[in-house]
Design a protein around this ligand. Structure first.
Ligand SMILES: Cc1cc2nc3c(=O)[nH]c(=O)nc-3n(C[C@H](O)[C@H](O)[C@H](O)COP(=O)(O)OP(=O)(O)OC[C@H]3O[C@@H](n4cnc5c(N)ncnc54)[C@H](O)[C@@H]3O)c2cc1C
Ligand code: SF4
Length: 326
């Protein structure tokens, strides 16, 4: 397919960018690795794309006074993966960033774009006018669905949230700074993505004229963290099953646990069931097995993706045992 025509603007200030976005049919452009594919494949249309590339304040990784970290939305995925301070304080986040796509895409793609990217359902990305595009039916429900979700569809839309970074951010209880025409707000990463039961045509709570400017990570002192991703092949690919862990230990026991699944649901999927099993326990082989079982207990597989249940069980158990030894 040829790229359709659109106007391209490169504002110099955030206010200017937001003003542009207030006219109809505009889209934010960061690294463009997802946006341009969507425009070319006519997943959606835009009259104008508003590039953030001139907004230099939106780049960089800065420690906060409290011991946390601010990551500008235009910071590339490579910069997140390679950052020494992220590797030391938030290894699960560095690992998740390193698992994204290919080196070229990590060099070009940004953390803001990564958490706001569109889903990869092949019907949605193809020529099918499905429910998520404003049509009347979900083609995956009874169609080809081996890579679709096992949680959170609401029986409406079966996408999996595609980002590797977002589950790690949810595990660390990060928040996103969102700026719109009148004001700014902080949105917890855990609440930024939208389930199909709330709105099957939206992936995030952002309005079309709002921009994510930065991500704030709270201090992670005392936490051990990791990210594990299983994909169908060793080169670039999205997660079939993945898990982000952030566990705080005290006197040999898990004092606080965050377990967030990728490749599982239309949003990064927090497993409160697994967290409940882990909290207050010594993390041994038996607890790891029970937490992994709890994580998949309420799964609702489709005809072709039942294999995800034992896959998640194995991945979670292995990763919990690895973090126990770390
Ligand atoms: C072949 C391929 C393989 C990939 N594999 C993976 C993978 O394994 N794991 C993974 O996590 N990702 C993967 N991706 C997705 C890729 O990582 C993301 O596309 C990239 O991080 C997005 O960043 P970007 O800056 O290029 O976003 P863009 O393409 O510029 O934007 C993506 C979306 O986010 C919106 N947006 C961007 N920035 C902001 C902002 N600051 N505020 C509000 N909205 C914004 C845009 O309007 C657009 O809708 C893959 C992509 C491709 C093409
Ligand atoms: S899973 Fe969602 S995006 Fe895919 S065909 Fe169904 S409604 Fe469309």
């Amino acid at each position: 397919m040829l790229m359709p025509n659109f106007a391209y603007v490169r504002p110099k200030t955030l206010q200017e960018a937001i003003k542009h976005l207030s006219s109809p049919d505009c889209r934010v452009h960061a690294g463009g690795t997802d946006l341009l594919g969507c425009l070319r494949d006519e997943v959606f249309h835009a009259k104008r794309i508003v590039s953030l590339v001139g907004l230099h304040d939106l780049r960089g990784i800065h420690p906060t006074k409290e011991g946390g970290l601010r990551i500008g939305a235009l910071t590339t995925v490579t910069e997140v993966a390679a950052s020494k301070i992220i590797q030391e304080r938030y290894p699960g986040l560095a690992r998740a960033a390193a698992e994204v796509a290919s080196p070229q895409l990590r060099n070009q793609g940004t953390i803001g774009g990564n958490i706001c990217q569109k889903p990869r359902c092949w019907y949605y990305r193809g020529e099918f006018h499905c429910l998520r595009k404003g049509g009347e039916k979900c083609f995956a429900a009874k169609g080809e669905n081996p890579f679709h979700c096992i949680f959170g569809s609401g029986g409406i839309c079966y996408i999996v949230h595609p980002s590797d970074i977002a589950p790690a951010l949810v595990a660390f209880e990060a928040t996103a700074r969102v700026i719109g025409p009148k004001s700014g707000r902080w949105v917890p990463l855990e609440g930024i993505h939208v389930l199909p039961g709330v709105d099957p045509q939206k992936e995030t709570v952002l309005k079309t004229n709002e921009i994510v400017t930065e991500i704030l990570l709270p201090p992670a002192k005392g936490f051990r963290s990791s990210y594990r991703k299983v994909r169908a092949r060793q080169s670039w690919d999205f997660a079939l099953a993945g898990v982000a862990l952030a566990l705080r230990f005290k006197e040999g026991q898990v004092e606080k646990a965050r377990v967030v699944l990728s490749g599982a649901a239309p949003i990064p999927w927090r497993s409160k069931e697994a967290e409940g099993v882990l909290t207050g326990k010594r993390l041994d082989a038996d607890v790891a097995v029970r937490a992994a079982e709890a994580a998949v207990k309420n799964a609702e597989p489709l005809e072709q993706n039942g294999y995800k249940i034992p896959l998640f069980r194995g991945v979670i158990e292995e990763e919990l045992l690895a973090i126990a030894k770390a």
